[in-house]
Design a protein around this ligand. Structure first.
Ligand code: MF3
Ligand code: CO
Length: 256
């Protein structure tokens, strides 16, 4: 990818903050809808309604043909689950991923949440995935390069006996949901460009973690990504702004 990385102006950053605030609120609505007996479609509906009510557009709906506002991925599903009739039960873990476009800019965030009481392994997976994000963004500042983030994510995840997905990566974000640069959660075997991080960049850091092996496959619906060994998977994502110092997590509001 030789596409250049957009640097946001202060005005653009203000709009990004608002788009991200809405996305974070929508994630919170989705999290609250992770309840025994509700369908993945009902979770999507809660997210979708919140985004629209907030004056934003659910950017995933129609993106490359994706049929909903929210990706809802249960248990061994890693990402891009299509909401539908599936009922969520106590003991399941549910990943929610959504984007909101506000005044032309996109906010993107995801998280994995337990339904009722879940296994110790599931709890640990959720916590390690979330913490991996925070380990990664310790390097999300000027003086470091994009791959430094993923190396920290990978080392942290593997030190806990889990694995990071390789086939999907984080990304720059702004007017587009997916902009340059790619932000892998691992050390690339064949490194391509490894840009320096510069104040005013906005990127999504999004560890996707499997309890077992990192290899994935895609279901016949053309979207749902599952762990190839059917092990549990979790996802955690925020949109962040590179500043002079610590990164600003734009989608942090209401996250628990
Ligand atoms: N929000 C996802 C991401 O982190 C993308 C969703 S794919 C879509 O990049 F098709 F649902 F939009
Ligand atoms: Co993303």
């Amino acid at each position: 990818m030789s596409e250049s990385i957009s640097i946001k102006s202060p005005r653009e950053i203000e709009i990004m903050r608002e788009a991200a605030r809405i996305a974070a609120g929508a994630r919170s609505m989705g999290r609250q809808a992770v309840r025994d007996g509700l369908t993945t479609r009902q979770i999507d509906k809660a997210v979708h309604e919140y985004i629209v009510k907030s004056g934003a557009v659910p950017s995933c709906l129609g993106y490359e043909g994706f049929p909903a506002a929210t990706c809802v991925s249960v248990n061994e599903e890693v990402i891009h689950g299509i909401p539908g009739k599936r009922v969520v039960h106590n003991g399941d873990i549910v990943s929610i991923d959504l984007c909101a476009t506000y005044k032309g800019f996109v906010g993107d965030c995801a998280g994995t949440y337990p339904c009722g009481e879940v296994s110790d392994e599931a709890k640990k997976l959720i916590e390690v995935t979330r913490q991996a994000f925070f380990e990664g963004i310790k390097f999300a500042k000027p003086g470091y390069r994009v791959y430094d983030i993923g190396e920290a994510v990978q080392d942290y995840v593997e030190s806990h006996g889990f694995s990071v997905v390789r086939d999907f990566v984080g990304h720059g974000i702004g007017r587009g949901m997916h902009e340059a640069p790619e932000v892998p959660n691992y050390r690339p075997l064949r490194p391509r460009s490894n840009p320096r991080l510069v104040k005013g960049m906005t990127i999504c850091v999004e560890p996707m973690v499997c309890a077992g092996d990192w290899r994935i496959r895609i279901l016949k619906d053309g979207w749902t990504v599952v762990s190839a060994d059917s092990s549990l998977a979790a996802h955690y994502e925020n949109t962040i702004l590179i500043t002079d110092g610590e990164p600003e997590i734009l989608t942090m509001a209401e996250d628990i």
